[in-house]
Design a protein around this ligand. Sequence first.
Ligand SMILES: [Zn+2]
Length: 89
Amino acid sequence: MRRDRSRYFSLRLSAEILKRDNFTCIYCGKHATLIDHIIPWELGGKTIKDNGVSCCKSCNKLKENDTLGNYLTKGMKYIARLKGIDQTC
Ligand SMILES: [Zn+2]
């Protein structure tokens, strides 16, 4: 199975990401039930843990219409903070 080419996060990966993020939407802080690609799959974003963040239904919908850049920045910063690269946010 070529996991990195898959558009959807597997159940196992989803569970790992939700757990890592404490089931909290990284965009608004509400209860998260979905996994969102930081770099959209359409733009070449991989379906891997580092490109996935917990997200609630409404933010997932918003992202489709809202400025993509805003979400991209938030998501990237979040991952950077998780990895200890960026301590400023
Ligand atoms: Zn949200």
